[in-house]
Write a protein that binds this ligand. Structure first.
Ligand code: 8YV
Length: 324
């Protein structure tokens, strides 16, 4: 019997055609919620689900009793109850590695644009205010030679640090559960407690995954420990930061600026002051959003789901126990 797949959003025709050669594929529009009652008949027969930003609930899993694998087109899976999947013998696959360098590029873009006030000053030029934008009041801060504090030192954190140390002569500090001696050797990076890192760094860049331990890891107390000239960058998940505390820190000069790709609520509500603040660069969660990388992520998800449904070990398997 041909296995059935349900796909939500973000797959090219070429990827869909690869999958359709092997499986019976149903595509849901990006805007449809998985658990919309209209989708129940599709879920009832599905062996695999593939998509991004999948809000997986126990109710949805109840509606899909045949399910063997979920392939998320993202490295993060904070929106998916992994233990629940494992309990039901459902594999979860994600897309690490292929987005590391692109996401690190986004992190460094935010470091550069906030420090040199690129967006703010480009807006001045657009508005015909060139003359008004050349005085010391509009000068930015150097990036080269400064101290970069990485909160989280996994693949993406290390890739940001490499850019800073090797390209910009930055001193790298990192806070991470485990020491990374190879990176200490390669980049001269030094491990610090979070408190020490916050106090010493000129740029604090967050790359930890969102878990119950990291939710609101950075709040009012942490911003108060940063230098008033400090710049805060978040390319991880919005909920790692207490956003109200961040807004307060930016409004009251506790820190200088912030570069943000992620927010507690996405899309950012119209009522949020963040995108209007001159000392904030806000991006619409585009860390991995290049043609090349999004294509590579989709390809990885397609490979993962194909292997899983053919009884082989997927390339990027989150819950090994479900495969066993
Ligand atoms: C995704 C991300 O694009 O991979 C991740 O975890 O945050 C991004 O690369 C995100 O899932 C948006 O759908």
């Amino acid at each position: 019997m041909q296995k059935r797949l349900v796909v939500q959003g973000r797959l090219s025709d070429a990827h869909l055609s690869t999958l359709s050669d092997l499986f019976k594929v149903d595509v849901l529009p990006k805007t449809t919620a998985w658990d919309d009652p209209a989708n129940r008949p599709l879920l009832a027969g599905a062996h695999g689900l593939i998509g991004s930003g999948l809000a997986i609930t126990p109710q949805l899993l109840d509606a899909a009793p045949q399910l063997k694998v979920i392939a998320t087109i993202s490295v993060g899976y904070d929106n998916i109850p992994v233990d629940e999947l494992t309990k039901r013998g459902i594999m979860l696959c994600n897309t690490p590695d292929v987005l590391t360098e692109t996401t690190a590029d986004t992190g460094f873009t935010l470091i550069m644009t906030t420090a040199r006030r690129v967006v703010e000053l480009a807006e001045w030029v657009k508005a015909g205010q060139w003359q008004a934008s050349v005085g010391p009041a509009q000068f930015g801060s150097d990036v080269h030679g400064k101290t970069l504090g990485m909160v989280g030192f996994g693949r993406i954190g290390q890739a940001v640090a490499r850019r800073g140390a090797l390209g910009f002569g930055m001193q790298v500090l990192y806070s991470n559960a485990s020491p990374k001696p190879a990176l200490e050797h390669e980049l001269g990076a030094q491990r610090r407690d979070l408190n020490e890192l916050l106090a010493e760094a000129d740029f604090v860049c967050v790359t930890v995954p969102l878990t119950t331990e990291t939710e609101h890891l950075i709040g009012a107390k942490e911003f108060a420990q940063m230098k008033p000239s400090g710049i805060f960058i978040n390319i991880a998940r919005g909920k790692v930061v207490d956003e109200a505390a961040l807004i307060n820190a930016l409004e009251n000069g506790v820190i200088q600026a912030a570069g943000l790709d992620v927010f507690e609520q996405e899309p950012l509500p119209a009522s949020s002051p963040l995108p209007k603040m001159p000392n904030v660069v806000a991006l619409p969660h585009i860390g991995s959003a290049t043609h090349e990388t999004r294509n590579a992520m989709a390809q990885r998800a397609v490979d993962n789901i194909r292997l899983a449904l053919q009884g082989e070990r997927p390339i990027s398997l989150v819950n090994e126990e479900a495969y066993q």
